[in-house]
Design a protein around this ligand. Sequence first.
Ligand code: SF4
Length: 277
Amino acid sequence: MVERFEVALNTPAGRLTTAIDVPTGLIPITAIVPVTRRLGEEAAGLEVQQAIAAGQTISCQMGCAACCRMLVPLSAPEAFALREYVEQLPTDRRTQLRQRMSATKDRLTREAVWDRLNDVAEASRPIPDEELDPINRAYYALRIPCPYLEDEMCSIYEARPAACRELLVTSPAELCQDLVQNPVTPLPVSMRIGSILGLVWGTLTNSPPRLIPLPMALEWAERHEEESRRTWPGSSLLDQVLDNMWRFLSQAFTNRRGASGKGQGGPGKDTDPRSHL
Ligand code: SF4
Protein backbone atom coordinates (compact mmCIF):
# COMPACT_ATOMS: atom_id res chain seq x y z
CA MET A 1 0.00 0.00 0.00
CA VAL A 2 1.18 3.50 -0.78
CA GLU A 3 0.17 6.88 0.53
CA ARG A 4 0.05 9.76 -1.92
CA PHE A 5 1.37 13.20 -0.97
CA GLU A 6 1.04 16.38 -2.95
CA VAL A 7 4.25 18.32 -2.56
CA ALA A 8 4.59 22.04 -3.26
CA LEU A 9 7.94 23.77 -2.92
CA ASN A 10 8.81 27.30 -3.98
CA THR A 11 12.27 27.39 -5.47
CA PRO A 12 14.20 30.46 -6.65
CA ALA A 13 13.39 29.39 -10.23
CA GLY A 14 9.68 28.82 -9.70
CA ARG A 15 7.11 26.72 -7.92
CA LEU A 16 7.43 22.96 -7.97
CA THR A 17 4.30 20.88 -7.46
CA THR A 18 4.21 17.14 -7.78
CA ALA A 19 2.56 14.02 -6.37
CA ILE A 20 4.66 11.47 -4.50
CA ASP A 21 3.70 7.91 -3.59
CA VAL A 22 5.37 6.54 -0.47
CA PRO A 23 4.82 3.02 0.92
CA THR A 24 2.78 3.14 4.12
CA GLY A 25 4.87 0.56 5.97
CA LEU A 26 8.51 0.40 6.96
CA ILE A 27 10.98 0.98 4.14
CA PRO A 28 14.77 1.04 3.80
CA ILE A 29 16.51 4.32 3.07
CA THR A 30 17.13 3.27 -0.54
CA ALA A 31 13.37 3.40 -1.21
CA ILE A 32 13.34 7.18 -0.74
CA VAL A 33 16.34 7.83 -3.03
CA PRO A 34 14.52 7.82 -6.43
CA VAL A 35 11.79 10.20 -5.31
CA THR A 36 14.31 12.55 -3.69
CA ARG A 37 16.32 12.63 -6.91
CA ARG A 38 13.16 13.26 -8.88
CA LEU A 39 12.37 16.34 -6.80
CA GLY A 40 15.94 17.52 -7.39
CA GLU A 41 15.59 16.99 -11.13
CA GLU A 42 12.29 18.84 -11.22
CA ALA A 43 13.90 21.77 -9.37
CA ALA A 44 16.81 21.64 -11.84
CA GLY A 45 14.31 21.63 -14.71
CA LEU A 46 12.93 24.94 -13.44
CA GLU A 47 16.46 26.37 -13.41
CA VAL A 48 16.95 25.20 -17.02
CA GLN A 49 13.67 26.82 -18.11
CA GLN A 50 14.63 30.04 -16.40
CA ALA A 51 18.09 30.07 -18.01
CA ILE A 52 16.65 29.42 -21.48
CA ALA A 53 14.03 32.13 -21.00
CA ALA A 54 16.90 34.49 -20.16
CA GLY A 55 18.56 33.63 -23.49
CA GLN A 56 21.18 31.23 -22.13
CA THR A 57 22.07 27.87 -23.68
CA ILE A 58 22.76 24.68 -21.76
CA SER A 59 26.01 23.32 -23.21
CA CYS A 60 25.75 19.79 -21.73
CA GLN A 61 24.79 17.17 -24.32
CA MET A 62 24.73 13.42 -24.66
CA GLY A 63 28.21 12.15 -25.54
CA CYS A 64 30.04 14.90 -23.66
CA ALA A 65 31.59 13.36 -20.57
CA ALA A 66 34.27 15.89 -19.72
CA CYS A 67 32.98 16.18 -16.15
CA CYS A 68 33.03 12.38 -15.72
CA ARG A 69 36.73 12.70 -14.78
CA MET A 70 35.91 14.57 -11.59
CA LEU A 71 35.53 12.96 -8.22
CA VAL A 72 31.82 12.37 -7.61
CA PRO A 73 30.65 12.29 -3.97
CA LEU A 74 27.71 10.13 -2.93
CA SER A 75 25.66 10.11 0.24
CA ALA A 76 25.36 6.80 2.08
CA PRO A 77 21.75 6.22 0.85
CA GLU A 78 22.93 6.70 -2.74
CA ALA A 79 25.82 4.29 -2.27
CA PHE A 80 23.38 1.64 -0.98
CA ALA A 81 21.00 2.38 -3.88
CA LEU A 82 23.83 2.07 -6.40
CA ARG A 83 24.81 -1.29 -5.00
CA GLU A 84 21.19 -2.50 -5.26
CA TYR A 85 21.10 -1.31 -8.85
CA VAL A 86 24.35 -3.02 -9.82
CA GLU A 87 23.31 -6.25 -8.07
CA GLN A 88 20.22 -6.59 -10.29
CA LEU A 89 22.17 -6.16 -13.55
CA PRO A 90 22.81 -9.21 -15.76
CA THR A 91 25.91 -11.13 -14.71
CA ASP A 92 28.05 -10.10 -17.68
CA ARG A 93 27.32 -6.41 -17.12
CA ARG A 94 28.10 -6.79 -13.44
CA THR A 95 31.36 -8.53 -14.22
CA GLN A 96 32.40 -5.79 -16.65
CA LEU A 97 31.65 -3.11 -14.10
CA ARG A 98 33.51 -4.94 -11.33
CA GLN A 99 36.54 -5.30 -13.61
CA ARG A 100 36.59 -1.59 -14.38
CA MET A 101 36.13 -0.83 -10.68
CA SER A 102 39.07 -3.02 -9.85
CA ALA A 103 41.29 -1.39 -12.53
CA THR A 104 40.34 2.04 -11.19
CA LYS A 105 41.17 0.96 -7.65
CA ASP A 106 44.58 -0.37 -8.78
CA ARG A 107 45.41 2.89 -10.52
CA LEU A 108 44.29 5.01 -7.56
CA THR A 109 46.28 2.81 -5.19
CA ARG A 110 49.42 3.18 -7.34
CA GLU A 111 48.92 6.94 -7.34
CA ALA A 112 48.50 6.95 -3.53
CA VAL A 113 44.98 8.39 -3.83
CA TRP A 114 42.85 5.37 -2.85
CA ASP A 115 43.71 5.49 0.88
CA ARG A 116 42.96 9.21 0.97
CA LEU A 117 39.54 8.53 -0.56
CA ASN A 118 38.94 5.76 1.93
CA ASP A 119 39.73 8.10 4.81
CA VAL A 120 37.06 10.46 3.45
CA ALA A 121 34.48 7.66 3.12
CA GLU A 122 35.06 6.37 6.65
CA ALA A 123 35.61 9.71 8.42
CA SER A 124 33.85 10.00 11.77
CA ARG A 125 33.60 13.80 11.43
CA PRO A 126 32.45 16.16 8.69
CA ILE A 127 35.44 16.95 6.46
CA PRO A 128 35.94 20.67 5.75
CA ASP A 129 36.30 21.89 2.17
CA GLU A 130 39.92 22.90 2.69
CA GLU A 131 40.77 19.25 3.41
CA LEU A 132 38.68 17.92 0.54
CA ASP A 133 39.99 20.34 -2.04
CA PRO A 134 43.53 18.87 -2.38
CA ILE A 135 42.03 15.36 -2.63
CA ASN A 136 39.63 16.48 -5.37
CA ARG A 137 42.51 18.10 -7.23
CA ALA A 138 44.79 15.07 -6.89
CA TYR A 139 42.03 12.86 -8.29
CA TYR A 140 41.13 15.20 -11.15
CA ALA A 141 44.80 15.58 -12.12
CA LEU A 142 44.79 11.87 -13.04
CA ARG A 143 41.86 12.36 -15.46
CA ILE A 144 40.66 8.82 -14.73
CA PRO A 145 37.36 8.17 -16.52
CA CYS A 146 34.54 7.22 -14.16
CA PRO A 147 34.36 3.41 -13.99
CA TYR A 148 30.71 3.66 -15.09
CA LEU A 149 31.63 5.51 -18.29
CA GLU A 150 31.38 3.49 -21.52
CA ASP A 151 32.15 5.06 -24.91
CA GLU A 152 31.82 8.47 -23.27
CA MET A 153 28.27 7.62 -22.13
CA CYS A 154 27.05 6.92 -18.62
CA SER A 155 26.26 3.19 -18.41
CA ILE A 156 24.13 3.63 -15.26
CA TYR A 157 22.27 6.70 -16.49
CA GLU A 158 18.99 6.06 -14.63
CA ALA A 159 20.88 5.26 -11.42
CA ARG A 160 23.63 7.89 -11.64
CA PRO A 161 24.31 9.90 -8.48
CA ALA A 162 22.57 13.20 -7.80
CA ALA A 163 25.87 15.09 -8.11
CA CYS A 164 26.12 13.94 -11.76
CA ARG A 165 22.59 15.20 -12.47
CA GLU A 166 23.24 18.60 -10.91
CA LEU A 167 26.20 19.79 -12.97
CA LEU A 168 24.92 21.69 -16.01
CA VAL A 169 26.88 24.55 -17.56
CA THR A 170 26.00 27.49 -19.76
CA SER A 171 29.63 28.25 -20.65
CA PRO A 172 31.09 26.76 -23.87
CA ALA A 173 31.49 22.97 -23.60
CA GLU A 174 35.19 23.07 -24.57
CA LEU A 175 35.98 24.90 -21.32
CA CYS A 176 34.98 21.74 -19.42
CA GLN A 177 38.10 19.98 -20.76
CA ASP A 178 40.03 21.57 -17.91
CA LEU A 179 37.78 22.43 -15.01
CA VAL A 180 40.67 23.68 -12.89
CA GLN A 181 42.14 26.17 -15.35
CA ASN A 182 38.98 27.32 -17.11
CA PRO A 183 36.17 29.43 -15.69
CA VAL A 184 32.94 27.51 -16.30
CA THR A 185 29.46 28.78 -15.51
CA PRO A 186 27.32 26.15 -13.81
CA LEU A 187 23.57 26.55 -13.48
CA PRO A 188 22.59 27.36 -9.90
CA VAL A 189 21.56 24.34 -7.82
CA SER A 190 19.00 25.21 -5.17
CA MET A 191 18.86 21.73 -3.56
CA ARG A 192 21.94 19.49 -3.32
CA ILE A 193 20.23 16.13 -3.24
CA GLY A 194 23.32 14.17 -2.18
CA SER A 195 23.79 16.51 0.78
CA ILE A 196 20.10 16.27 1.68
CA LEU A 197 20.16 12.48 1.65
CA GLY A 198 23.42 12.57 3.62
CA LEU A 199 21.85 14.80 6.27
CA VAL A 200 18.79 12.54 6.54
CA TRP A 201 21.03 9.50 6.94
CA GLY A 202 23.17 11.31 9.51
CA THR A 203 20.07 12.10 11.59
CA LEU A 204 18.70 8.56 11.31
CA THR A 205 21.95 6.90 12.30
CA ASN A 206 23.39 9.60 14.54
CA SER A 207 26.47 9.83 12.37
CA PRO A 208 28.20 12.74 10.59
CA PRO A 209 27.08 13.46 7.01
CA ARG A 210 29.32 11.27 4.90
CA LEU A 211 30.80 11.71 1.44
CA ILE A 212 31.59 8.48 -0.35
CA PRO A 213 33.75 8.82 -3.47
CA LEU A 214 32.03 7.11 -6.40
CA PRO A 215 34.90 4.74 -7.34
CA MET A 216 34.61 3.06 -3.92
CA ALA A 217 30.85 3.34 -3.43
CA LEU A 218 30.13 -0.36 -4.08
CA GLU A 219 32.91 -1.50 -1.79
CA TRP A 220 31.73 0.90 0.92
CA ALA A 221 28.11 -0.22 0.58
CA GLU A 222 29.17 -3.86 0.89
CA ARG A 223 31.17 -3.10 4.04
CA HIS A 224 28.15 -1.34 5.55
CA GLU A 225 25.50 -3.69 4.23
CA GLU A 226 23.95 -4.34 7.61
CA GLU A 227 23.14 -0.63 8.07
CA SER A 228 21.34 -0.61 4.73
CA ARG A 229 18.83 -3.20 6.00
CA ARG A 230 17.38 -0.88 8.66
CA THR A 231 13.86 0.40 7.97
CA TRP A 232 11.73 3.42 8.93
CA PRO A 233 8.14 4.55 8.23
CA GLY A 234 8.00 5.88 4.66
CA SER A 235 6.15 9.08 5.60
CA SER A 236 8.75 9.87 8.26
CA LEU A 237 11.58 9.55 5.71
CA LEU A 238 9.71 11.81 3.30
CA ASP A 239 9.18 14.36 6.11
CA GLN A 240 12.90 14.44 6.79
CA VAL A 241 13.74 14.82 3.11
CA LEU A 242 11.27 17.72 2.73
CA ASP A 243 12.48 19.46 5.88
CA ASN A 244 16.05 19.38 4.60
CA MET A 245 14.93 20.55 1.15
CA TRP A 246 13.20 23.49 2.73
CA ARG A 247 16.40 24.42 4.59
CA PHE A 248 18.37 24.30 1.34
CA LEU A 249 15.76 26.38 -0.45
CA SER A 250 15.75 28.96 2.35
CA GLN A 251 19.51 29.25 1.97
CA ALA A 252 19.24 29.46 -1.84
CA PHE A 253 16.76 32.34 -1.58
CA THR A 254 19.01 34.13 0.90
CA ASN A 255 22.09 33.63 -1.30
CA ARG A 256 20.39 34.86 -4.45
CA ARG A 257 18.83 37.81 -2.68
CA GLY A 258 22.33 38.70 -1.46
CA ALA A 259 23.80 38.21 -4.95
CA SER A 260 21.19 40.35 -6.72
CA GLY A 261 20.73 42.89 -3.96
CA LYS A 262 16.98 42.68 -4.66
CA GLY A 263 14.17 41.31 -2.60
CA GLN A 264 12.61 38.10 -3.92
CA GLY A 265 10.07 35.67 -2.60
CA GLY A 266 10.84 33.04 0.00
CA PRO A 267 10.93 29.31 -0.20
CA GLY A 268 7.33 29.32 0.94
CA LYS A 269 7.05 26.09 2.78
CA ASP A 270 3.38 27.05 2.90
CA THR A 271 2.07 25.99 6.25
CA ASP A 272 3.20 22.49 5.37
CA PRO A 273 5.14 21.67 2.18
CA ARG A 274 2.95 18.64 1.61
CA SER A 275 -0.70 17.93 1.82
CA HIS A 276 -2.54 14.68 1.47
CA LEU A 277 -4.40 14.35 -1.79
S1 SF4 B 1 28.09 7.95 -12.89
FE1 SF4 B 1 27.73 8.38 -15.04
S2 SF4 B 1 27.37 10.61 -15.17
FE2 SF4 B 1 28.32 10.19 -13.17
S3 SF4 B 1 30.53 10.50 -13.48
FE3 SF4 B 1 30.09 8.30 -13.81
S4 SF4 B 1 29.72 8.08 -16.01
FE4 SF4 B 1 29.58 10.27 -15.51
